[in-house]
Design a protein around this ligand. Structure first.
Ligand code: TRP
Length: 329
């Protein structure tokens, strides 16, 4: 079976943008691929190094988010990055042949450096996170990496690392492919380009029905529509973009009626609330099951053990290829 590796930084609850960007693909592909899900706690420190105290709660939350979308802990290995030492070992090895310029010019690094205000003064770890992420992906010799659009340039670094390693030392790694979903990006509730926790414009997987209702009812639509029979412009409407993402069977009909002024924004929003509830309802139920005391810890413990074993297999191949397998360990 081919392998998937993907995952998240534990920085807070996951939202519908994560769901359409990557979580849906994870759940869909878990039976076709041997799947590893990384909870990237060390990567969180690339920006949050001063606040490690939030990690335990955020690690638990992001694990629950993954389980709640239907990832089956009997099939997939969910593990904690910092507890798989082979990832740290590979990071050091890969860092020897990735140039600083390649990292400085990486579009994701540039955008995120801008967001955090560290264009002229970034840490070694932040600049190098794509190298560490290459180790996240390659420690289990993954073939496929389902991610949102914003992460594609980082996956590109992993592809480079795999190719370059193989060229330098011999064939060890598959060249991992990024997999973007059909809806690569979800517009924020405020109409901004993307849902993002820092912008506060998200619907979280863990939101209650009441929170979802309030958020959608107050979302911006087409400003040209004042009365419900005004002609609409779905292409500029946030709610319509959600209809496209979540309501494929009705989206054409809704588009026509919006343009013709025969469906108003309130009715359109109410329908959207129902559709989102059909997605979030089962997610909330599954979350409840996994919230039982000790369950998340047990799932992470098992997943982390599986990841370590795979990491050690890879390290043996790496040491052999690099002539650093000096004697029996
Ligand atoms: N960088 C990803 C994010 O910010 C999280 C992540 C860490 C990841 N390691 C990974 C994603 C490996 C895919 C593969 O969401």
């Amino acid at each position: 079976m081919k392998r998937i590796l993907t995952g998240d930084r534990p920085t807070g609850p996951l939202h519908l943008g994560h769901y359409v960007g990557s979580l849906m693909n994870r759940a869909r592909l878990q039976s076709e691929y041997e799947t590893f899900i990384i909870v990237a706690d060390v990567q969180t420190l690339s920006t949050n190094f001063a606040h490690p105290e939030h990690l335990p709660e955020d690690v638990r939350r992001v694990t629950l988010d993954n389980l709640s979308v239907g990832l089956d802990p009997g099939k997939v290995s969910i593990f904690i990055q910092s507890m798989v030492p082979q990832i740290a070992e590979l990071t050091v090895i890969f860092s020897m042949f990735v140039t600083v310029n390649r990292l400085r010019h990486n579009p994701t690094i540039k955008t995120e450096a801008g967001q955090h205000g560290f264009e002229d003064n970034m840490t070694y770890g932040f600049l190098g996170y794509p190298v560490s992420q290459a180790a996240d992906i390659l420690f289990c010799r993954a073939d496929l990496v389902p991610v949102g659009e914003d992460q594609m340039p980082v996956v590109e670094v992993s592809r480079f690392v795999a190719r370059r390693f193989n060229e330098l030392y011999g064939e060890v790694f598959p060249e991992p492919e990024g997999l973007m979903s059909e809806t690569a990006r979800l517009i924020g509730l405020d109409g901004q380009a993307k849902m993002s926790k820092s912008l506060g414009n998200c619907i979280y997987l863990s939101d209650t029905s009441e929170e979802v209702r309030k958020k959608l009812m107050s979302a911006v639509t087409d400003p040209a529509r004042i009365r419900k029979d005004d002609l609409g412009h779905p292409e500029i409407c946030t709610i319509f973009s959600y209809q496209k993402a979540f309501n494929p069977t009705e989206v054409c009909d809704i588009e026509e009626r919006c343009r013709a002024g025969t469906i108003g924004c309130v009715a359109c929003k109410k329908r959207m609330i129902e559709v989102i509830e059909t997605i979030l309802g089962p997610i909330r139920e599954r979350r409840l099951q996994f919230e039982a005391p000790g369950m998340v810890e047990e799932i992470l413990r098992t997943g982390t053990e599986a990841a370590r074993q795979e990491g050690e297999r890879t390290m043996e191949m790496v040491r052999e290829a690099m002539h650093i397998s000096y004697f029996q360990r």
